[in-house]
Ligand binder design. Sequence first.
Ligand SMILES: Cc1ncc(COP(=O)(O)O)c(C=O)c1O
Length: 384
Amino acid sequence: MTSFDFDTLIERRGTDAKKWAAYPADVLPMWVADMDFAAPPSVIEALQARVEHGVFGYGLPQDAFRQQIVDDTQAKYGWAILADDIVFLPGVEPGFNMALKSETKPGDGLLIQTPIYSPILNAHRHWGLESIEAPLVTTGEGYEMDTAALDAAMAKSRAFLLCNPHNPTGKALTHSELTAIAASAIRHDVLVIADEIHCELLLDGRRHIPIASLSPEIAERTITLMSASKTYNIAGLKTAFAIVTNANLRKRFNSARLGLVDSVNVLGLEASRAAYATASAWRDALLTYLQDNRDYLQGEIARRFPAIRMVPAQATYLAWLDCSALGLAEPPQSFFLDRGRVAFSAGSDFGSNYGKFLRVNFGCPRPLLEEGLKRMEAALSSRL
Ligand SMILES: Cc1ncc(COP(=O)(O)O)c(C=O)c1O
């Protein structure tokens, strides 16, 4: 079996990396959701060959790539789609905003499951929608949906901006949870906009279930958004796609580009194609590395900071930490930044009730994770 290197530290400062450029040089960044690993070697080779060609005019995704996605979607999820169902986009975030522009009107309710990734939390503001929150509830073991509360919230909503796998909790919705969501959406005539950007990052052998794959009835009312960006660490190449099996919905969705949402990036197309065609062994090795990082983080937090509660992620490379029992006077994000020089994402970015939470990105070489923990420890002992 080929082995892949996830341990080497790669200097990202000086490469316009948002994660590393946003803070002073003495801060270790463990926030924005990209990983500190190089992309798969086969993706880099494909990009090198494309760069060698030297001409970078406008792109147009070809039928062969659409067919590759059709075949992949069947193989990975048992979901039969058609090549024409695919709409290429420069990102998932533009995709869910196009869907909202196309399918809602001001005053409509937009359902979200908090805590939630801030561009989803705040999407209602762009379109004059009323935000309807159905919070995930924690059992101590993990995060669960309150199905009755979700159904009641669905009754007040025109659209549900679903995030599965879920950012920031790392929850992967189960078949029965998705079935309940689908039944409720159908009952209340709600459009589902399914942000499934983390669909290939399920840990511990779990399988991702696209909600639209459950039945033709739910597919009819769903816009699914996917990308190779998170899994293969090519998010800066700005390439994603929607799968919309309902032809009328797809037509309206496409017409919501409004001159604001442009065509795809040619290097992103090349990288995505290569990722899907050639990098499954790399992805499997990555998942093992991420699981080990998650377990290490979990173990060290329990041992060194027992007041912090971490529910293990089922997917993604994100850990959602409840720091309320630390009794900090300031938000934990500023506390660890100021005293430990380590930058996490602030819980308040994910909803108004989460000011005492942190999101940690563990998609990094193990030595960086060790350093992050060391800095947390230094910050906490500076209080004594
Ligand atoms: C759930 C989720 N959706 C969307 C995005 C952004 O996607 P894109 O860069 O394709 O717009 C992210 C990035 O962190 C994310 O976590």
